[in-house]
Design a binder for this molecule. Structure first.
Ligand code: M6R
Length: 606
């Protein structure tokens, strides 16, 4: 979380810093700030809340320095108030940071004992005092920064500038991403290549343990202990175009409506529809030899992974273990050499997913990632990538990335199923044909928005909402609940329908809406029994199903019809109504749909 940028420019850099921060706002929007070196002195402007507040402050009180840092914050340590906003600065040093300094309390104690006075509750401020302490001892700026880096524990990307040093900037990476941008007589640092895209397409990605010493003319990279290291400069394909909302009120709405197109692109990149065959990139191992697949991801990507488990086990007959990355990494499960580990991520920067990838790699696993941002760290560290072609997803609530992840997982299940002899050529054709129909059906589902607006009116009054589903609809129930809570702030939980009577049924009364994801598949009748249990206790049922409302056998508050398709592709269709329910409820409640409170698009801290 947090976005950082640095510019050694030829003219005043504050405007370009803000421009770059706009591209990084997906990493956090609790506060923003810039600092520059002007006539040898450090000066800064900071503002609580979104970037526009900083812009107003800068237009009233401009900064003229040609060397500067910028930061957009997702608060970890300390409230999201201006006092805790970055850059942190004293007369000699300014610092921006993304990540967590784990030993900050110990360092703070040590530095306080030496007379340093702390102004904020942040972990970052310890870096400021640590570097200053070395400067006070007469250590030169580059060495002071390097000495400080050797004392830090945790995960961090850092950028540092110094008073009296108009042609020097330090960047360091231990965990979260950081890239150098090479300009013509200018030099840049940024959390990603997209932030730097308007300025340069020549990028060097720092690796963990790298410290970059930048001037306008050169970028030298060292290990924290001072050994020189070489990192290649590459041409980035990141686009500088800031995506706009088109005619939509929110990015989330636009992204929901883009799904027919992006699902179609993603499927088309793996499936030859004329032949009815799936073609995957070489996974680098024999599919018939795979004894187990382990899947790791977070949030919505994890729910896509659970659908993937149902598909892979059923259609490819391969055992799948799935866990949220934050648990997987610390469980340290034994993994057989030669196994396949699959990571699912939109951003490709999620800290827990990346750490799990590295764990699996160290265990000799083949690493395949289903990833949307191809320039991301996870994409670069994978043996093979299975790209989702969702395009930039700006809304913090993931929508089109989810259905594109499902599209790739469906292709993986079919391809492995064929290669392992678990499905026949005719079955492969049947399943790819079913997938080919998905974009058309998703389009149909998008033409029913008035229904969701009516539903939103009722749901907005609820304090708790339950989502139920069975089989591959269970992860859709989880995803529906996550979508609703993250953008409407209504408490919601997803359950496997069969689990209802093991506890959650105690919550049911006439004030608790229960949203049931129940395609008319082989499990439908089982779910009907659960709906009746809810109805018997006065619960209000909202049924998402292709089955006629009468088949529920009980009174429904609402029925959202979904087209009847091959059961294999149901999760791709049912994703749409759960997204629209959450979206319209949030709009009705007037929340900040695209940038909901406390969240960030890219979670680069654990
Ligand atoms: O970038 P990733 O796909 O790795 O992100 C994973 C989660 O942080 C993400 O899906 C999150 O749960 C979304 N806000 C859900 O809408």
């Amino acid at each position: 979380m947090c976005g950082i940028v640095g510019i050694l420019g030829k003219k005043a850099v504050a405007g370009d810093l803000v421009d770059a921060l706009r591209r990084l706002e997906y990493r956090g929007y609790d506060s923003a700030g810039v600092a520059t070196v002007e006539d040898g002195h450090l000066d800064r402007r900071r503002a609580e809340g979104k970037l526009k507040n900083l812009e107003i402050r800068l237009s009233n009180h401009p900064l003229q320095g040609r060397t500067g840092l910028g930061h957009t914050r997702w608060a970890t340590h300390g409230k999201p108030v201006e006092r805790n906003a970055h850059p942190h600065m004293n007369e000699r040093v300014a610092v921006v940071h993304n990540g967590i300094i784990e030993n900050f309390q110990e360092l703070r104690g040590e530095l306080s004992a030496k007379g340093h006075v702390f102004q904020t509750e942040t972990d970052t401020e310890t870096v400021l005092h640590l570097v200053s302490d070395y400067l006070d001892q007469g250590v030169a700026p580059v060495d002071a920064a390097r000495a400080a880096l050797q004392r830090l524990q945790g995960a961090f990307a850092l950028a540092v500038i110094f008073a009296g040093e108009d042609n020097l900037m330090i960047g360091a990476r231990q965990g979260p991403p950081l890239a150098i941008g090479h300009g013509e007589g200018e030099m840049y640092l940024g959390s990603d290549a997209i932030a730097l895209a308007p300025f340069t397409d020549t990028i060097t990605y720092l690796e963990d343990g790298d410290c970059a010493v930048l001037t306008r003319e050169a970028a030298e990279i060292f290990a924290f202990d001072g050994r020189k290291v070489e990192r290649p400069a590459i041409k980035s394909v990141a686009s500088s175009l800031l995506v706009d909302k088109g005619n939509f009120r929110h990015f989330m709405a636009k992204e929901i409506h883009e799904q027919p197109e992006v699902i179609s692109h993603t499927l088309g990149s793996f499936i030859d529809f004329a032949e009815g065959r799936v073609h995957l990139p070489d996974l680098g191992l024999d599919p018939a030899e795979i004894s187990k697949i382990s899947i790791s991801a977070c949030g919505t990507a994890y729910y896509a992974g659970i659908v993937g488990k149902y598909w892979l086990e059923r259609y490819a007959r391969v055992p799948v273990e799935i866990d949220v990355a934050s648990e997987f990494r610390y469980r340290e499960p034994p993994l057989e050499k030669g196994g396949l580990s699959v990571f699912i991520t939109q951003s490709g920067e999620t800290a827990d997913t990346l750490a799990t990838l590295r764990y699996c790699k160290a265990q000799g696993q083949r690493i395949a990632s289903i990833v949307n941002v191809r320039t991301s760290t996870i994409a670069r560290e994978s043996d093979v990538i299975l790209p989702t072609l969702a395009g930039p997803e700006i809304g913090v609530a993931s929508t089109k990335a989810f259905t594109c992840q499902l599209s790739v997982l469906a292709c993986l299940a079919i391809a492995l199923g064929r290669a392992r002899g678990a499905i026949s050529e005719a079955q492969e054709k049947e399943l790819t044909h079913a997938l080919a129909e998905v974009p058309r059906h998703v389009s149909t589902l998008l033409h029913n928005e008035a229904t969701y607006e009516r539903l939103a009116h009722d749901l907005s009054k609820a304090r708790d909402v339950l989502y139920l589903g069975r089989g591959s609809s269970f992860p859709l129930a989880l995803e529906g609940a996550l979508k609703l809570k993250e953008i409407s702030y209504i408490h919601a939980e997803g359950y496997a329908a069969g689990e209802l009577k093991h506890g959650p049924i105690a919550l049911i009364d006439e004030n608790v809406p229960v949203i049931v994801v129940a395609p008319a598949d082989e499990l439908f009748e089982k779910t009907v029994s659960n709906m009746q249990e809810v109805a018997a206790r006065g619960g209000k049922i909202i049924l998402l199903s292709d089955a006629a409302a009468e088949r529920a056998g009980c009174a429904l508050e609402a029925h959202i019809p979904v087209p009847t398709v091959h059961p294999f592709v149901n999760p791709l269709l049912y994703a749409v109504p759960v997204q629209l329910i959450a979206y319209h409820t949030a709009v009705f409640l007037g929340t900040d749909v695209d940038q909901p409170r406390n969240l960030a698009k890219s979670v680069t801290v654990e």
